[in-house]
Design a protein around this ligand. Structure first.
Ligand code: FMN
Length: 158
């Protein structure tokens, strides 16, 4: 298996999830931040993992736009999908399904919410105000979900 992990992340949680997946998938696995590299080639990879984080109910537009452009290139790949999100179980599960086209969700071998992390000091002023208004909290919180990352890799390789 030769895998590439394509991710988008505003403050680092989805990036940490990508690195955690890479360390478990082995040497040849590549990671690409779609917010820096707009159009990486999928040639030579049989497995593509797509992951991002949710703000105001949506995954980053760089992820949605990449998927729109590459629908045909993704068709013959083994697919894994993930998000990092702060919502509770059911709502985050819905956000996961809404973040990716139905066709990808149906063919994905693994699809999971892999973390929720807020580094309060990294947020912009606007983000801090929204975050505090919605959650009533400030300060760093959250984590990567290590068990789910292990399970994600297990399902993907099965
Ligand atoms: C301003 C703001 C808005 C957010 N909006 C949502 C949201 O609509 N739904 C959700 O599940 N999580 C939301 N979150 C939580 C993030 O998705 C979560 O912290 C995620 O781990 C961030 O990942 P990143 O560091 O890769 O960007 C929000 C967080 C902030 C700071």
């Amino acid at each position: 298996m030769k895998a590439i992990i394509l991710y988008t992340s505003r403050h680092g949680c989805a990036e940490q999830a990508a690195l955690a997946l890479r360390s478990r998938l082995g040497e040849g696995t590549e990671t690409v931040n779609l917010m820096h590299n707009y159009s990486p080639s999928l040639a030579g990879f049989d497995t593509v993992i797509l992951g991002g984080s949710i703000y105001y109910g949506k995954i980053q537009k760089q992820m949605s736009e990449f998927i729109d452009r590459e629908q045909s290139g993704l068709a013959d790949k083994r697919i894994g999908l993930y998000i990092c999100a702060g919502e509770s179980e059911d709502k985050a599960g819905l956000e996961l399904l809404r973040s990716f086209p139905e066709s990808l969700c149906l063919k994905a071998k693994a699809a999971e919410v892999l973390g929720n992390e807020v580094k309060f000091s990294k947020l912009s002023l606007a983000e801090r105000l929204v975050y505090r208004a919605v959650t009533g909290k400030s300060g760093d919180r959250g984590r990567l979900y290590t068990n789910r990352i292990e399970n994600f890799v297990f399902k993907l390789l099965r």
